[in-house]
Structures are given as C-alpha cells and as structure tokens.
Design a protein around this ligand. Structure first.
Ligand SMILES: C[S@@+](CC[C@H](N)C(=O)[O-])C[C@H]1O[C@@H](n2cnc3c(N)ncnc32)[C@H](O)[C@@H]1O
Length: 394
C-alpha cells in the first residue's frame, strides 16, 4: 500500500504523533503572534513539506489541520499563509479538499501535489520578507542536507525575518540503514540515501562510535547529535533536539529537531515542549491503563495528577537551585537570556515556564532574591540578588 494512503499511516494517530502534534499546536500560535507583529499585514508563512492527508481516518487532525485551525483563530490580525506539499496522490486529494474548506473560511492556504524538493524554492520565494516556519515530517530519511541548508540560508540567512524549522529526524531509519555498514552486510543499497540526507560524515561518526563503545545505539545517537550540531553551525541557528519514544524506556523512534535564531524562539519552544510532553504522558498513562486491565483500578486520574505534582515539585526545586547558582555568578539577570542555565539539560522542555515563576517566588519568600516573580511575561522577569539592609549611618 502506498505510504500515506487511507488505511496505512493515516488510519489512526499513534502515541509518538501526539507529542509532535501537541508541539506544533502549542508553538505555531505564539510564533505567529510574536513574529507576525512586525510583519506586513501580520503575515507569516507556514510550510508543511510532508503534509499527509490533513487528518487521520479516525478524525484526529494531522499537521495541516492543526496549522489551519491556528490560522483561522488568529484572523484577521495575523495571516498564517499555509503551503502544504504532499507527494502521494490519494493523500493529496484528501488534503486538497480540506484546504478548500478552510479557504472558504478566509484562511490563506494552498495544497500542492508533488515533492518537497519541487516546491521548496517557490515557497521560499513566496515567503520573501515574511517570517517562515517549516515543518518537515517525512516517514524516513530527512530532506537532502544541502537542500535544507540552502532553504535556511541564502535569502533566509538573516535573523529577521525569522526562519525556523521543526523536522523529524528518524532514528529508526538511521538504525536500519546504518546496519548496512556492518562488515559482511550484503545489501548496501540504502547507504547513499542517508549520505544525501545527512552528508557522508555520518559513516565515520557511526563506525567510530561503534568501535569505541561497542554499542550500536550509542552510535545512532552520536549521528543524531552530530546532525544537530552541524545544522546549527551551518544555518547559524540554535538547535533543540527532542527524542520521541513510542513508550517510556523504548529506543527513540525519531528526534524532533527545532531550529531558531531567536532567544524568544528557545524560550517559547521550551515551554511549548513542556506542555506537549505532558499531553504525551497523559496518552501513555491512558494506553497503559487500557492494556493492563488488572491495574485499571489504580490507573485513575488522581494517580496521574499525583505523578504530575511530584514532577512539578522536583522541577521547581531544581530550578531554584539553578537560579541560585546563576545568582552566584550574576547579580541580576533576565530569564530570557539564560534558558539553559535556568532549566538545565534535564528540565529544558520538561518544566513549564510557570514553574520558573514559582521558583522565584519561593526564593523570594526565603529572602534569597529581592525579585517577587510578578510580571506579565515570565520570560521578561529579572532575578536579582537580595538587597542588603544597610543600617542608617550613626
Ligand atoms: C509522516 S507523513 C506526514 C504526516 C503529517 N505531517 C502529519 O503530521 O499529519 C509523511 C508524508 O510525506 C509524504 N511524502 C513522502 N515523500 C515526500 C516528498 N518527497 N515530498 C512530499 N511529500 C512526501 C508521504 O506520502 C506522507 O503522506
């Protein structure tokens, strides 16, 4: 069956897609709100290069439907100009019908039949002078690296108008294709595909790590990490790479690789990711409950809520420690300028920004900062060392 046809991938949404879609839904709206404020007519271009059918057969929205719902919500102050590309004819036809419906409601959107490679250049042209967000979500290997970097540089090299990307980098595809590098492997036919998608460097990284550690999975992760480093360097972007699992404890199915050139992008994406992770945990929790009928009695919403509260308490405690460490080094700082120090590697994309506010309030109560954590935008809050009480001169 053709990939993307009705009863295949698009029959029903699987758990990993929950994270991907929640992230899109949480991030595209603020991206449109923020970047559209300085764009002509509030226009921002959204490019979904591997768009799929628009929605799953069970009715769950796919990425195009999520984008168009965001677009409709923010009209007329913001225009999310959506370009969807889909190669599979049947999926394209379904998608085209959905876009017609949204166009009738005033949403600017186009469904194009064909490949990303065919349509990316005209989309870049369409986005001239406007912020651009590209979502690239193939089944297997990513867009050829030179095409991707070309699309993000050249006329899109500057910090403004913003260019951001969220792409699906398949660990599964790398794992599978890298197996062909093993000595004695008869079939080596897929290797060139990965060379084009990543660059030939991946072979040395994979084999070098395999030789050094004896562990294939460590080698796959080394390739994923190196891809993120190179993409950041070659496009002058900050990269956040998020592993997506089918199940807790399973090997990652893919990484969502996000690029931005803005500190706002990092901050807002981290919070969107934390919200999306919560939705993913909820779905996991429900699926585990469905499967394990014996424990169904214990799989109550209260239990999930208790888990979430424990996570939040641990996150806030860690953030408090990180803020104090930062205050040792700087007498005063703005949150937006220090997301990595504030969240640390563990909590970036796991902790909500509201937890940071709570951490500041807790420190303030204990007299460890003079900042009260009050203010409309959390990312703009400043944190300061406590003011020393100097006794009046005698
Ligand atoms: C993982 S699915 C997309 C899911 C969709 N982004 C969503 O979240 O609802 C990948 C889609 O890309 C399409 N596709 C594969 N190769 C393509 C290419 N070179 N250009 C455009 N579409 C392609 C497939 O037919 C499939 O529908």
């Amino acid at each position: 069956m053709a990939a993307g046809s009705g009863s295949g991938f698009f029959a029903e949404r699987k758990a990993p897609a929950v994270l991907k879609h929640a992230l899109l839904a949480q991030y595209v709206a603020p991206f449109l709100g923020m970047t559209g404020s300085t764009s002509a007519n509030g226009r921002v271009v959204f490019f979904d290069g591997y768009a799929g059918a628009g929605r799953y057969a069970d009715g769950t929205p796919g990425s195009p439907l999520l984008a168009m719902a965001t677009a409709r919500k923010q009209l007329p102050n913001r225009i999310l100009d959506c370009v969807f590309v889909e190669k599979d004819r049947k999926s394209f036809e379904a998608l085209d019908k959905i876009t017609q419906g949204f166009r009738a409601q005033g949403v600017r959107c186009a469904a194009l039949h064909g490949s990303v490679e065919e349509h990316i250049e005209s989309t870049i042209h369409r986005a001239t002078g406007a912020p651009l967000f590209m979502f690239l979500d193939p089944f297997g290997v990513p867009l050829p690296y030179p095409t991707l970097v070309g699309a993000m540089t050249g006329q899109r090299s500057a910090v403004r108008p913003p260019t951001e990307v969220l792409l699906n980098l398949s660990d599964k595809a790398i794992r599978h294709i890298a197996g062909q590098l093993k000595s004695g492997a008869k079939d080596r036919s897929a290797l060139p595909r990965l060379d084009i998608a990543l660059g030939t460097w991946w072979r040395d990284t994979f084999l070098g790590t395999c030789n050094a550690t004896g562990d294939t999975e460590t080698a796959v992760q080394a390739v994923v990490d190196e891809y993120a480093v190179r993409l950041g360097r070659d496009t002058n972007s900050t990269v956040i790479s998020v592993p997506v699992h089918t199940r807790k404890g399973h090997l990652p199915l893919y990484h969502l690789v996000f690029t931005t050139r803005s500190p706002y992008g990092v901050w807002v994406f981290a919070d969107a990711l934390a919200q999306a992770q919560r939705e993913w945990r909820k779905v996991q929790f429900e699926e585990e409950g469905d499967e394990d009928q014996d424990s169904v009695l214990f799989k109550t919403d209260d239990l999930l809520a208790a888990d979430e509260e424990r996570l939040k308490a641990a996150g806030i405690a860690a953030i408090e420690r990180n803020l104090l460490d930062l205050l040792e080094r700087e007498s005063s700082f703005r949150l937006l300028d220090h997301p990595y120090d504030i969240y640390g590697k563990t909590w970036l994309g796991l902790a909500r920004e509201t937890w940071v506010r709570q951490a500041i309030k807790n420190l303030n109560k204990r007299g460890l900062t003079s900042s009260d954590g009050v203010g409309p935008k959390i990312r703009d809050l400043r944190v300061e060392r406590p003011r020393r009480h100097t006794p009046p001169a005698a």
